[in-house]
Design a protein around this ligand. Sequence first.
Ligand code: SF4
Ligand code: SF4
Length: 191
Amino acid sequence: MKTIELSSVLTAGKAFTAKVEADSKVNVRSCYQCGKCSAGCPAAYAMDYAPHQVIRMVQLGLEDRVLSSHAIWLCASCENCITRCPRDVDLPALMDTLRRAAYKKGTVAEKNVALFNNLFLQSVETYGRPHEMSMMMRYNMKSGQLMKDVFRGPELMKRGKMSLRPEKIRDNGAVRRIFGRVRASSGGEQL
Ligand code: SF4
Ligand code: SF4
């Protein structure tokens, strides 16, 4: 019996859903849209799509729409949703995968969040732990907000929460090797 292809859009959508499932190891089809994740999400109020809608878009293969959404960048990976989900859908892992896909596709809706992520990872790779001072200076310069939070600096330094010099960990090479392995396993992709 011959199969009938409904439309090329549907086929492309299916491929997107399958790729996201394979990359994230999350079975999005097990979500039955009860909405418990969105009800308990502390960041949902700021999102353009609630978390259960993000999953629905992946289920339907709406690649362009989900990868250009703000919601995937506003997820704080707090894991509240996964503790509430009756179907054990790992939303934070799904959000991570969608952020990487948006980065690759050049459809990042929250550019400053992506910039902050990158600078944080670069700092950890360089020093073995984040160095807030250099990270924030670079963030302010690159995001064009030169004076952002600069007046908090002295108080944070006085309380020992921020230092001028980075503190390196004992075996910084081990951290760099981890970054190298992750990069190699993802085909040299941006982390
Ligand atoms: S709580 Fe789980 S099953 Fe319910 S909508 Fe969210 S992800 Fe889907
Ligand atoms: S992990 Fe993300 S989607 Fe889940 S509750 Fe936290 S902020 Fe919301």
